[in-house]
Design a protein around this ligand. Structure first.
Ligand SMILES: *Cc1c(COP(=O)(O)O)cnc(C)c1O
Length: 354
C-alpha cells in the first residue's frame, strides 16, 4: 500500500560525513518535506554529523526540529511582525533560536516582543532579490538593535553566476561595518550556494568573519545512488485496445495490462514543480517525440521492464493507473516498481533505512 523511500543507510551516511568533512562549519538545512526524508529524521542526522547549527525555513518548523536537535537553529525566513501567529512564543524565542532580520522597520517591532539577548543575523540583499536589507540600510538596522544580540550576517545567493564575487562584496561591507551590538569573536557569515573551493577562498579572504555554508540539496540529496523509490502493485487487469476505463472512461490506447500502483497526487505523483527547462523549443520536442504524449497521455514516473510507462489517466489521490503493453513481463500484485520522483515534492508513506 506504500510509496516507499529506500535508503542505503551506510552509503548515505558515508556521503553525509564526506560533505560535512569537506565543508567546515556546515549548517545543514532542514525544511519543507525534509528533502523527502522528513524534518525530524534530518534533525537527528544533523546531530549525529556533529553540526553545531542547523537552519530551518520557517518558524513552524521549529516544532519538529528544536526537540530533536541540541544545537542552535537559524530560521531563514526573515522575522516579520506577523510571524508570531505561527508558533508559541516559548519556542519562537527559545535561546537556541537565531532570527533573520531583513528590513529596517522590523527591528523595533522585534525588540518590543523578543526577550533581551535574542539572537539575530542581518540578511543582506543579493542579486536573488528575495529578502535582505540594502547595503545602505545596514547601519540603520544595527543602530536600532538595542539589546538584541547581533551574531552576524546572512546571504542568500543565486545558483548561477559568480557568487563568490557577490558574497565577497557583501563580506567586505560586513567586515568594515563595525556595527554596534555585534557579538564578540568572529561574526558569522551564513551563506548559501557556494562551492567548496569558493567557500575556502571566501574564508581566506575574510578572516574576520566565520563563514558558515547552509547546505540542503547537496548534503541530503547529493548521492542519488544512496536511495531509490518504489510503489507497490495493488491490482492488475487485462485490457483491450479501445476499452474504456477509469474515472474519465477514456479508451485504453493499446492491448496490455492495466496496473494500479500505489502513489498518487497526495504523494505528489504527477505534480511536478515548474521547471525552468520548459522552453518552447523543448516543449515542441517532447510533443514531436510524443507518440501517446501527442494523443494527450502523460508519461508516468513508474518504471516497468526498464521503461517509464504511460498513465492511463491522471493519477488518483493515492494510486495511479498505468499501462503495460502486451509483450512486456508484468509484475505481480504486491511487487514493487521503481518510481522516479522529485524528492522535495514527494510525501512518502515510509522511509526504509537499512
Ligand atoms: C533552501 C535554502 C537553502 C538551501 O538550499 P539547497 O539548494 O537545498 O542547498 C539555503 N538558504 C536559504 C535561504 C534557503 O531558503
Amino acid at each position: 500500500m506504500t510509496l516507499t523511500l529506500h535508503v542505503d543507510g551506510e552509503r548515505w551516511s558515508a556521503h553525509l560525513h564526506a560533505v560535512a568533512g569537506a565543508m567546515p562549519g556546515i549548517v545543514p538545512v532542514i525544511k519543507g518535506n525534509g528533502y523527502g526524508f522528513g524534518n525530524r529524521a534530518l534533525a537527528r542526522r544533523a546531530g549525529e554529523l556533529g553540526a553545531g547549527t542547523v537552519a530551518v525555513g520557517t518558524y513552524t518548523e521549529l516544532v519538529d526540529v528544536l526537540p530533536l536537535f541540541g544545537g542552535d537553529v537559524v530560521v531563514m525566513t526573515p522575522w516579520r511582525p506577523f510571524a508570531a501567529a505561527s508558533v508559541r512564543p516559548e519556542r519562537m524565542y527559545d535561546p537556541r533560536v537565531v532570527h533573520t532580520v531583513s528590513r529596517v522597520e522590523d527591528v523595533a517591532a522585534l525588540r518590543e516582543v523578543a526577550p533581551p539577548g535574542t539572537r539575530v543575523l542581518i540578511e543582506g540583499e543579493t542579486s536573488m532579490a528575495r529578502h535582505g536589507v540594502d547595503r545602505h540600510a545596514l547601519a540603520a538596522v544595527a543602530e536600532d538593535l538595542g539589546d538584541l544580540r547581533l551574531e552576524g550576517f546572512s546571504l542568500h545567493l543565486p545558483m548561477t553566476g559568480d557568487n563568490l564575487a557577490e558574497a565577497d562584496r557583501w563580506a567586505g561591507v560586513f567586515e568594515t561595518s563595525r556595527l554596534r551590538g555585534l557579538a564578540t569573536g568572529a561574526p558569522v557569515l551564513s551563506v548559501s550556494h557556494l562551492r567548496t573551493a569558493e567557500l575556502a577562498a571566501l574564508a581566506e579572504r575574510r578572516p574576520q568573519l566565520s563563514v558558515r555554508p547552509r547546505v540542503g540539496t547537496a548534503l541530503w540529496l547529493g548521492d542519488r545512488g544512496a536511495f531509490r523509490v518504489t510503489g507497490q502493485v495493488l491490482d492488475s487487469h487485462q485490457v483491450e485496445r479501445g476499452e474504456r476505463v477509469g474515472y474519465r472512461q477514456r479508451p485504453v490506447p493499446a492491448h496490455g495490462t492495466l496496473l494500479v500502483v500505489s502513489g498518487g497526487t497526495a504523494h505528489g505523483i504527477g505534480l511536478e514543480a515548474p521547471t525552468s527547462a520548459s522552453t518552447l523549443r523543448q516543449r515542441a520536442t517532447s510533443v514531436a517525440k510524443g507518440g501517446l504524449g501527442a494523443a494527450g497521455f502523460a508519461l508516468s514516473p513508474f518504471t516497468v521492464g526498464d521503461k517509464q510507462r504511460w498513465f492511463v489517466e491522471p493519477p488518483h489521490m493515492q494510486a495511479s493507473m498505468i499501462l503495460v503493453p502486451s509483450g512486456v513481463p508484468v509484475p505481480a500484485v504486491g511487487d514493487e516498481v521503481e518510481v522516479d520522483v522529485r524528492m522535495t515534492t514527494t510525501q512518502f508513506d515510509a522511509v526504509d533505512v537499512r
